[in-house]
Design a protein around this ligand. Structure first.
Ligand code: KG4
Ligand code: ZN
Length: 357
């Protein structure tokens, strides 16, 4: 019954729910008219005192916010619950308890409204977020996924057709930003704060390595940059907990430049090796201004193009989940109504939507 409903409905209105970590995100996506509305609540203030996400607090806060946020996004989009044709929720990867909050609401709503529900892969959501923009890239392209938990280069031939070209062997790029920020005693969340300070620093005062760029492969390693930063802090702080303000700014600038250069070098290499000319960047670190600037400047030299989502859709949000879920629902895929979340879930395990239709 549900499959029939999906297949005959070539236009779909999909509710997207994101609760994989510390953001409660909702969106309504119309396959014909595009994104109707989205709402986002960040738990940053809740976790700030702990310097990182506390999983149990995250789950409880999602529980508190999920109903008001649903009502908010419906009001913003001007639609009633009964008009929803399908529901997409983040089923993984992410924090188990947090994922279950969004999953429970999605399955309960699917059951009561008698509409199909789909569990979406969080990184597929990120990967497809640039499709929400006015000039979306066409398949195939190379994707650089850079978030708090992932750094991957992927050859994307279509939705669900993902060949992994390389990934981080240790810390993800966002994780390296966050851990380095913590060493410098910067406010949580560290990545964007460090990036802001880097703008005021002198980029070439310190010599940071560009890890693994002397190797032909497309893997990354960022943990050595942390050690390098630790050693610099120790060298310049004297008897104080931290070096002077200008030195901290210069360390931020040097660290950011090293991460950005490493990502840019590997992206260019991935494009050459696959003979492609389109790159998308997605995930929290794709909001980084310096990364965007340097990729644009470098790729234009090779007549290649870079695509990314607007700032608010680089980090976690419901719109990317609504979009990704909508594409899969339109292809006839749906999950059963037994709640299912997958905290660890390789992107390459996803099914191509061509195989579904
Ligand atoms: O995609 P995201 O919101 O959540 C995950 O799926 O992990 O990414 C969050 C990560 C964090 O590590 C955060 O510090 C980093 O993205 N991030 C940034 C910037 N904005 C967010 N890193 C560097 N520069 C930024 N402007
Ligand atoms: Zn994310």
């Amino acid at each position: 019954m549900q499959i029939l409903k999906v297949c005959i409905n070539l236009i779909m209105l999909v509710l997207g729910i994101e609760t994989s970590c510390d953001e409660t995100g909702f969106a309504v996506y119309d396959s014909k008219r595009g994104l109707l509305a989205h709402s986002l609540y960040s738990q940053v203030a809740l976790h700030a005192d702990y310097g990182g996400v506390v999983p149990e607090l995250a789950s409880r806060d999602h529980v508190r916010k999920i109903l008001p946020m649903l009502n908010e996004v419906l009001a913003k989009s001007g639609i009633g619950k009964q008009q929803i044709d399908g529901i997409a929720y983040t089923a993984g990867p992410g924090l188990m308890g947090a994922l279950m909050v969004g999953g429970s609401m999605a399955t309960a709503l699917g059951f009561t409204l008698d509409v199909p529900v789909i569990g979406v892969h969080h990184m597929e959501g990120h990967l497809l977020a640039p499709m929400l923009e006015d000039t979306p890239p066409e398949f195939p392209f190379i994707a650089l996924l850079v978030s708090g938990g992932h750094t991957q280069l992927v050859h994307v031939k279509g939705i669900g057709q993902y060949d992994l070209l390389g990934e981080s062997l240790d810390d993800a790029a966002g994780e390296a930003f966050d851990k380095t920020a913590k060493m410098l005693d910067l406010d949580y969340p560290g990545g964007p704060v460090l990036a802001g300070m880097a703008e005021k620093g002198q980029v070439d005062r310190f010599d940071f390595p560009r890890p693994m760029t002397d190797r032909p492969d497309l893997d990354f390693s960022f943990s050595g940059l942390k050690t390098h930063t630790r050693n610099l802090i120790d060298k310049y702080r004297g008897k104080k907990p931290l070096p002077d303000e200008q030195t901290v700014l210069d360390i931020c600038a040097g660290f950011q430049e090293a991460v950005v250069d490493t990502l840019v070098i590997k992206c260019k290499r991935a494009l050459v090796q696959t003979n492609m000319s389109k790159l998308i960047i997605a995930g929290g670190v794709s909001a980084n201004k310096r990364l965007r600037e340097k990729l644009e400047a470098e790729l234009v030299k090779n007549k290649a193009q870079v695509f990314y989502a607007r700032h608010e859709f680089c980090t976690d949000n419901g719109a990317m989940i609504a979009y990704a879920g909508c594409q899969r629902l339109l292809a006839g895929e749906h999950s059963d109504l037994a709640l299912s979340v997958t905290p660890r879930w390789p992107l390459q395990d996803l099914t191509s939507i061509e195989e579904l239709s």
